[in-house]
Design a binder for this molecule. Structure first.
Ligand code: SF4
Ligand code: SF4
Length: 159
């Protein structure tokens, strides 16, 4: 008796499963063909920090005050600056973070007096070693402009 009951239950389960599949065929897709298709990110998404590019200058506004480095509870920020002119402020020459230890607490974003740090929209990071999580944010600026253009394009397609 148990044998026939197992066959009956299996058949019923198959019909129920096919019913779900058939109902889904006629509903709009909720998935996209990633990575060929991408959906707009939520405004609340936080990627690793990056230097912000200001439209009026096309550059960051870091004044090498070191506030972010001193404030970071994880000690993962290393800011480097040089005085290129005898009189005048320091110029940023390097800005390295170790993203493997960043807790995304946001203190560096809040403490920056020129608002030149922001969360990136990056979500495709991959790495195989700890060194892959070290980013020089200054060196990254050029690629950042390209990524911003790509994101705007993606949002334009989705709109
Ligand atoms: S988000 Fe927090 S942990 Fe990450 S770099 Fe900024 S201050 Fe440090
Ligand atoms: S707090 Fe802002 S201005 Fe100061 S060193 Fe950090 S990024 Fe530069």
């Amino acid at each position: 008796m148990g044998y026939f009951k197992d066959i009956f239950d299996g058949g019923l389960s198959l019909i129920e499963g096919m019913g779900v599949t058939i109902r889904r065929i006629f509903r709009p897709l909720v998935t996209v063909q990633y990575p060929r298709e991408k959906i707009p990110l939520s405004g609340a998404y936080r990627g690793h920090i990056e230097l912000k590019i200001f439209e009026e200058t096309g550059n960051h506004k870091c004044i090498v005050c070191m506030n972010c480095e001193k404030t970071c509870p994880s000690g993962v920020i290393k800011v480097q600056g040089e005085k290129l002119k005898e009189k005048g402020p320091k110029t940023l020459t390097g800005y390295v973070i170790d993203f493997s230890k960043c807790s995304l607490c946001g203190l560096c974003v809040e403490i920056c007096p020129t608002s030149t740090i922001q969360y990136s929209r990056e979500y495709e990071l991959v790495g195989q070693t700890r060194d892959d999580c070290q980013f020089d944010l200054l060196a990254r600026l050029a690629g950042q402009v390209e990524r911003m253009k790509e994101e705007k394009k993606t949002q334009g397609i989705a709109a």
